[in-house]
Design a protein around this ligand. Sequence first.
Ligand SMILES: Cc1ncc(COP(=O)(O)OP(=O)(O)O)c(N)n1
Ligand SMILES: Cc1nc(C(=O)O)sc1CCOP(=O)(O)O
Ligand SMILES: [Mg+2]
Length: 565
Amino acid sequence: MVSIPELHSNFFIISLSLNHYQSVPQGFRQSKGLSLLLVNSRINRNKHTRIFMEMQGNGSPTTSNQSTINIPHVLTVAGSDSGAGAGIQADLKACAARGVYCSTVITAVTAQNTVGVQGVNVVPEDFVAEQMKSVLSDMHVDVVKTGMLPSIGIVKILHQHLREYPVRALVVDPVMVSTSGDVLAGPSVLAGFREDLLPMADIITPNLKEASALLDGVKIKTVSDMRSAAKLLHDMGVRNVLVKGGDLPDSLDAVDIFFDGEHLYELRSSRIKTRNTHGTGCTLASCIAAELAKGASMLEAVKVAKCFVETALDYSKEIFIGNGPQGPFDHLMKLKSNAHNSGRQVRFNPSDLFLYAVTDSGMNRRWGHSISDAVKAAVQGGATIVQLREKDIDTRDFVEAAKSCLQICRAHGVPLLINDRIDVALACDADGVHIGQSDMPAHTARALLGPEKIIGVSCKTPEQAEQAWIAGADYIGCGGVYPTNTKANNLTVGLDGLKTVCLASKLPVVAIGGIKVSNARPVMEIGVPNLKGVAVVSAIFDSECVLTETRKLHAVLTEATAAVK
Ligand SMILES: Cc1ncc(COP(=O)(O)OP(=O)(O)O)c(N)n1
Ligand SMILES: Cc1nc(C(=O)O)sc1CCOP(=O)(O)O
Ligand SMILES: [Mg+2]
């Protein structure tokens, strides 16, 4: 039975299969005044379009096409790793990192961690078949990647489904033994690989042990042995072979051999010293599959996948997850920076806006201060948030200065924002950005920076404040409260303009423009709860002693706030 979503008067869209569409009684459709149905159908899955079925007077549909976006899609057929370093979990993360959709058929559930494999529960064959049918009969899959195939029956099921639902490429990672040495597929599976999968596969990615097992125990100890093994595996019917030399003894480099049936390539990279290598095989194969799904050639896909794995290993070499000898790595390369951020538990607290210090390179030059010395003094004097507003600095110097300032600010638990430059904020992993009405739109900045970063937007009107809120900003800066020489041609909105914007704003507000020790009090006294503080440039940075001036302003703001309460 189809459930019908929200009905609008005489027009609405529901998404359902053609069968379901036909099962909605015509009388019902007409009685609800239904005029358009959106039908997701497999009929045209190769064109990646959806068919709009329009109701005619008699209730029968007519069709018209509308293009939709084709998302590259990898289906992984593999085992689950409870520790999430390898298997299905690694495949999902690798595809996500490479921007490809990944569906899953789980062949076995393993109890596994960084110590080893404690248990394996093989999924019944008919249920593996059911999962495969569910995915392949409904979704457009570009590439299938296989991992742990624990029984010959499962290999056969895969083979049958690939014949019934052909895909663009098949990537076979012949998982037999886990990195901890536990056997994940017995010898009977070897026959299935040889007879059914290899002749169908576009690439196979064995490590030395797996290549040796597939070749009846032939010894592979040198790069020259790897070359011979690649050729012998190719003779078994697979189109491309990547023999991974990670376990090669006495090798300073990581050497892999790629053979496409014509040329042998020796792909070398320096070996990364880390315990966090669990899941590299699954990740490499998934990444190859992802690149193929995007349309890369096989050699390109292999090179990109190797580079991705190396970068992720290098990035993750110091992370520590689990107590066993082999840890997982970080596919999305985010964990380390999140750990560094752990000094700030709350991403944004509106009270951070209390004394907002905004730097100015001209003022620092005039007083002979480096950016980091000026920021340090401001933070020591009581600044509660810092913005680097460096309008005439080389990008390279900006990134370096921002990194030093970030260390200072993190040590004091003070957020550091970057003015205008989303690229610089990303490069130094700053806490956020401040942008104005002619800078990058706030919703684009939010999409680039993600949900964790702080975004402030300059607003002079209630409409701009509303837009900033819709776009996902965290606070607004409102000014100029007073005339200023720091920003050319700045419109002064005055205390009244500030109050109007504060009353309209759903976000916390910081006041800016010409504010100093002598005139800060009336600003704090406008009596609107979402005005959280003042942002200043010259009041603290256009002075010989930034520390003293910041302290003075802090004292005035504290007094004014106490008086208002
Ligand atoms: C806290 C705060 N408020 C307003 C501004 C001004 O930003 P914008 O309008 O983008 O102008 P520039 O600072 O880029 O000249 C600000 N920087 N900080
Ligand atoms: C950067 C900036 N933005 C403003 C706005 O009105 O949006 S006023 C301003 C300059 C603030 O410098 P000072 O504290 O030296 O007046
Ligand atoms: Mg700006």
